[in-house]
Design a protein around this ligand. Structure first.
Ligand code: PLP
Length: 453
């Protein structure tokens, strides 16, 4: 019998997150205060986040204990399964061994609940009654809505307008869990009203929705803000994905040669690859390749400069050193809504700048083609974000067929695509096209990068 699934016993779920900050070969550049240009202090962030999350953001500790209450909730769907993709390998006629870690079995349908739960928990412990946030495709908004319902916290979600209109089921899901969801730009904030005055038909962007959610949080005493990607503490919470796969690849008796994942803000893939980087950085496995995949229409790592920029349109967030397309860049409406962010996690940006990880951009049509092949072989209908990872895994497996090498490829499959069927429909009907990257618009946006130092 071929072993296709590697289950970790619930008692073997990791009980600690791995923090890469103390193990980085070069220290991570500090975040800067948007007004003073000085390094951000924990007190600067206190209006937005609970202190325990802020301490995690700067923590020098290599391992951080997962609180028991959080473990109890993670255990409702974790550990997630590692699969061996025999049927895909056969269809590609490749000697490569393809594995995928599937995060779509969480109640939210993606990896995002891994951080939503601890974020809601630490807020609850600090007595916070209400949390505001943004969501692009609706994945993060649904995850936070679920986590808030577990801890009896009110949740307000600013959802990017193209998705709000195009993906009504995600909104209904959030409302079912008790959250309030409005289209962004909205009339509920100054940032939203200003944008609507300038452009009543504005489709919104993640950067703008972040401005609205941050403004909401700082203007009320009972409210904190939560971010679903990018920040160090979010990547930290996602390392449970990688810690599980290390045990599961051991069960499979294999070590990955290539790790591949999609990057929007960088959290799902960093969650998978960061624990594996211990071996690469220590020199034990120097040749492991880590490939970040992004859409050619929003090529943050492959086309953007490495610079200090705001995380949002209005310039309310700290300045983060990251690859960026410019904070007021309005991304083309690619169907992988979770990959439309203008920036990239500082940790992912830093590792890329140091040459420890790689990046590739792929066009939209090729990702749907890969997603359809994956659905027809492995049976899982993946999120349009995750199909970016599948596309590059397939390319690498085809290279193995051509060279005769048998490499081990490990994919981070971040979520299912059951709420993205209209995108699959457009692809199947031949109505989908590859979107151009508006390079001139990026250049305009880059002119507005904040001056630092
Ligand atoms: C949000 C999301 C992403 C992109 O965000 P990251 O922080 O880069 O992981 C990718 N896949 C899915 C399914 C998502 O929901």
């Amino acid at each position: 019998m071929k072993r296709t699934m590697f289950f970790l016993d619930q008692k073997d779920m990791p009980t600690k997150w791995y923090n890469i900050l103390p193990d980085l070969p070069v220290a991570l550049p500090e975040d800067l205060h948007p007004a003073t240009g000085k390094p951000v202090t924990p007190d600067d962030l206190a209006p937005l986040f609970p202190m325990e999350l802020i301490m995690q953001e700067f923590s020098p500790e290599r391992y951080i204990e997962i609180p028991e209450e959080v473990q109890d909730i993670l255990l409702t769907w974790r550990p997630t399964v590692l699969h061996r993709a025999y049927k895909l390998e056969k269809a590609l006629d490749t000697p490569a061994k393809i594995f995928y870690k599937y995060e779509g079995t969480s109640p939210a349908g993606s990896h995002k609940l891994n951080t939503a739960v601890p974020q809601a928990y630490y807020n609850k412990k600090e007595g916070v009654k209400r949390i505001s946030t943004e969501t692009g495709a609706g994945q993060w908004g649904s995850a936070l809505s679920i986590a808030c319902s577990f801890f009896d916290i009110e949740c307000k979600v600013y959802m990017v307008k193209v998705s709000f209109n195009g993906k009504p089921y995600r909104r209904i899901m959030m409302e079912t869990y008790g959250a309030t969801c409005v289209a962004s730009p909205s009339m509920d904030t100054k940032a939203g009203r200003e944008m609507l005055a300038k452009d009543p038909n504005c489709n919104g962007s993640l950067g703008l929705a972040i401005s609205e959610a941050v403004e909401d949080a700082v203007s009320r005493d009972d409210t904190h803000y939560a971010l679903g990607s990018v920040l160090n503490h979010v990547l930290l919470h996602q390392t449970i994905i990688g810690e599980e796969t290390i045990q599961q690849m051991e069960m499979a008796g294999e070590y990955p040669d290539i790790l591949v994942g999609c990057v929007g803000g960088g959290s799902n893939f960093a969650g998978l690859f960061i624990p594996w980087l211990r071996d690469k950085i220590s020199g034990k496995k120097p040749n492991t390749r880590v490939i970040c995949v992004e859409p050619t229409a929003t090529p943050t790592l492959t086309k953007g400069p490495y610079a200090y920029d705001y995380g949002d349109v209005a310039g309310l967030t700290p300045l983060l050193k990251m690859y960026t397309l410019g904070h007021d860049f309005m991304p083309p409406p690619v169907h992988a809504g979770g990959l439309r962010y203008h920036g990239m996690a500082p940790i992912v940006s830093h590792l890329y700048n140091l040459g420890i990880i790689e990046a590739q951009a792929v066009p939209q049509l090729s990702t749907f083609e890969a997603g359809v092949l994956f659905a027809r072989t492995e049976g899982i209908l993946s999120a349009p974000e995750s199909t970016h990872a599948i596309k590059v895994a397939i390319d690498e497996a085809v290279k193995c067929r051509e060279s005769g090498e048998s490499k081990n490829i490990l994919i981070c499959l971040s979520g299912h695509g059951h709420f993205d069927l209209s995108s699959y429909d457009a692809y199947l009907q031949g109505k989908l096209s590859d979107l151009e990257f508006p390079e001139d618009k990026m250049k305009e946006a880059l002119d507005k990068l904040p001056k630092v130092g």
